[in-house]
Design a protein around this ligand. Structure first.
Ligand SMILES: Cc1ncc(COP(=O)(O)O)c(C=O)c1O
Length: 367
């Protein structure tokens, strides 16, 4: 199975020489569009935190995600930090998130001097389990906020999660770092929470090099977010006055120019990623992780499930030895030194997935 898999992936990416043809997990796709736009930005001299491309990129992302306002940030991690801050998360608060996530989710909670609490995922979505969330909230009345994540671009059951958050009066922040282009019940992810965060890291569906975006349906919150990303400077022709402690979190114009060029091709990228998912599903059959019910996923990182940790590790060794990049999912947050003493529920589903899941090459950079 392992050598057939390597041959199959090589045939998709049309890279047939095992020795020199490395296949990455997720390569960005660039052509003249990106080159022209970035050069245009350089020629304008507005390469830093002021410029028309950032504004245009925010407008286009807001339009694509169908939210009222988008606020550009330096990366997804600081977008998430601000989303939590704007949700009122502060020192000593407890914030529920999933143990199976990229570390930035848990770190952003810590940046607010708050404590992550880990609640299990659903096996069908890989995102926070509504049942386990409700069970936890029933027994613990001191939770401030909940941060579900749309894992590998697969939407979690965000409508049920929102309903539970409202019932128990806790704030909801969506970590949409991986889910640009993913829809749940026909609505783009990021529309359920008061504030949501996207990432445009080099490995995402659309990249700005490094970058992030906050999504809001509340204009006042968006205005406050933008103020915080620009050192909370009160606009004035020459005076430097600041109304509160702010951050240097505004995305540079140069990155936004790259983002605009990328965004102009997002539908093509998404189509190619869904077509790739179809090929993988035909090849891997029931091992392939399919988009959940009611969801249209961006299939950011394609995934398969192996029988156990031993088989997973054999598969990882074989594919990486053969220059085909594959990766296990993240080590569970509650198993990391910094988070090992955090509160948690029963995490059996996250453990099950962590032991079996492997991400396989997922870029749209195939012919
Ligand atoms: C789930 C999740 N949250 C947050 C982030 C942080 O985004 P960034 O790398 O842009 O800081 C990422 C990843 O890149 C992520 O995968």
């Amino acid at each position: 199975m392992y050598s057939e898999t390597v041959d199959f992936i090589r045939s998709i990416y049309n890279k047939n020489k095992k020795e020199d043809d490395f296949i990455a997990l997720h390569e960005p796709c660039f052509d003249k569009t990106e080159e022209d736009k970035v050069v245009e930005c350089i020629k304008s001299t507005f390469v830093s935190s002021v410029g028309q491309f950032v504004v245009e990129f925010e407008e286009k992302i807001a339009q694509f995600c169908n939210v009222k306002k988008a606020v550009a940030c330096v990366n997804g991690t600081n977008a998430l930090h601000l989303a939590l801050k704007l949700a009122g998360v502060t020192r000593g608060d407890k914030v529920i998130t999933q143990p199976l996530t990229f570390i930035a989710t848990a770190n952003a909670i810590k940046y607010c001097d708050a404590e992550p609490v880990f609640v299990d995922i659903d096996k069908e979505t890989l995102g926070l389990s509504p049942e386990k969330l409700e069970d936890y909230l029933k027994k613990h009345k001191d939770i401030k906020a909940v941060v579900p994540m749309h894992t590998f671009g697969h939407p979690c059951k965000i409508d049920e999660i929102k309903e539970i958050c409202e019932k128990y009066n806790v704030k909801l922040v969506e970590d949409c770092a991986e889910s640009l282009g993913s829809f749940y019940k026909g609505i783009h992810t990021g529309n359920w929470a008061e504030g949501s965060a996207i990432s445009f890291n080099g490995n995402k569906v659309v990249t700005t090099g490094g970058g992030g975006m906050l999504l809001f349906n509340d204009e006042k919150l968006a205005q406050h977010a933008k103020h915080l990303t620009t050192q909370a400077k009160i606009p004035h022709r020459w005076e430097f006055r600041h109304s509160e402690i702010g951050y240097n979190y505004r995305m540079p114009n140069l990155n936004a120019s790259l983002g605009l060029a990328q965004l102009s091709k997002i539908n093509l990228f998404l189509e190619k990623k869904r077509a790739l998912a179809k090929k993988y599903e035909e090849f891997f059959k029931e091992r392939f992780f399919k988009e959940p019910k009611n969801a249209k996923s961006n299939y950011w990182l394609q995934a398969i499930l192996l029988d156990n940790r031993k088989q997973r590790d054999e598969f990882l060794t074989y594919t990486n030895d053969n220059n085909v990049m594959t990766r296990p999912c993240w080590c569970l947050m509650n198993e990391l030194e910094m988070f090992k003493n955090c509160e948690k529920g029963n995490l059996e589903n996250a453990k099950y997935i962590e032991e079996r899941l492997v991400n396989i090459p997922s870029g749209a950079n195939y012919a």
